[in-house]
Write a protein that binds this ligand. Structure first.
Ligand code: F6P
Length: 319
């Protein structure tokens, strides 16, 4: 393969730039020409492609977001849109495409491969909600961002002896809530995968209060419900001075952690190696610290496991 392209798609995630850098530089090392596609699939349909060199990806490994920009594109979901994308790629003599994004982005990539165009996916989303990989790019940084916020909230919560309900991202999966809740010492963690009993949450708060706790922090994953709903229920049942904080898109930004830079670099290099070997229709992932290649079918049919052990541990430690 002599000419490939790379794009980022869907919600951005810290570490995407590290992956773009690795794709470009590994490609160059393999004597390939590497094109960057701007604005995801929407940009691909518009022919927004530019040849990258080693210098075009200099000074980006530490930057959050994506230098290629990103988008969510309805036209690309159609058969005609996918055909148009393939025509654009072929017109530029591109033979393979690396797609950095989440599940929705891979469904698009899978369609291209079904239509005969080789693609490889790199899992990039802060949600950590893609089967076939134990970690997605950006998750580690997002968890650290949440922890930093919780630590700060804890300071003011203690000073005012308040209860805080903190809403974090994660539409379908509560990993951000679970990891940040455990490492931030939250009193309760509410995630979409495990049904919660509000009576139990309130009982835990009251028990802590009785034992002399000066503040409490409850983490709610956005996939459960709005944090303000939980805040109102707590206020009504306990009478505690309660505040709600929604962390929002702050969680998607920031300089990637060392782990995400490492992951992006390893994912990007392996994606190029796979295309070079003639492989397609796969996503790179990490399992037991080894970089693996999983078919898109396995990704789409895979089941995400909830870490019940971690959930129970957090409960038993935040007494
Ligand atoms: O997919 C990542 C994610 O950050 C989700 O956690 C969140 O629900 C969503 O994207 C927000 O999307 P948008 O940027 O379109 O508001």
């Amino acid at each position: 393969m002599k000419r490939i392209a790379v794009l980022t798609s869907g919600g951005d995630a810290p570490g995407m730039n590290a992956a773009v850098r690795a794709v470009v530089r590994r490609g160059i090392a393999c004597d390939m020409e590497v094109y960057g596609v701007y604005h995801g699939y929407a940009g691909l349909l518009d022919g927004q492609l530019a040849l990258m060199n080693a210098g075009s990806v200099g000074d980006i490994i530490q930057r959050g977001g994506t230098i290629l920009y990103t988008s969510r594109c309805d036209e690309f979901r159609t058969d005609a849109g996918q055909q148009k994308a393939i025509e654009q790629l072929k017109a530029n003599e591109i033979e393979g495409l690396v797609v950095i994004g989440g599940d929705g982005s891979f469904r698009g990539a899978h369609k291209l491969t079904e239509k005969g165009f080789p693609t490889i996916g790199i899992p990039g989303t802060i949600d950590n909600d893609i089967p076939g990989t134990e970690m997605t790019l950006g998750f580690d940084t997002a968890v650290n961002t949440v922890i930093e916020a919780i630590d700060k909230i804890r300071d003011t919560a203690t000073s005012h002896e308040r209860t805080y309900v903190v809403e974090v991202m994660g539409r379908h999966r509560g990993d951000i809530a679970l990891w940040a809740g455990l490492s931030g010492g939250a009193e309760s963690i509410l995630i979409p995968e495990i049904e919660h009993e509000m009576d139990e949450v309130i009982q835990r708060l009251m028990d802590g209060h009785r034992r002399g706790k000066k503040h409490s922090i409850i983490i709610v994953s956005e996939g459960v419900c709005s944090a303000s709903v939980i805040g109102d229920q707590i206020k009504e049942a306990t009478g505690f001075d309660t505040r709600v904080t929604v962390l929002g898109h702050v969680q998607r930004g920031g300089s990637p952690s060392a782990y995400d830079r490492m992951l992006g670099s390893r994912f990007g290099a392996r994606a190029v190696d796979l295309l070079q070997k003639g492989e397609a229709g796969r996503m790179v992932g990490i399992q037991q610290n080894r970089i693996v290649a999983v078919t898109f079918d396995d990704v789409f049919n895979g089941v995400l496991k909830t870490d019940n052990e971690m959930y129970e541990l957090s409960k038993s430690l935040s007494i």
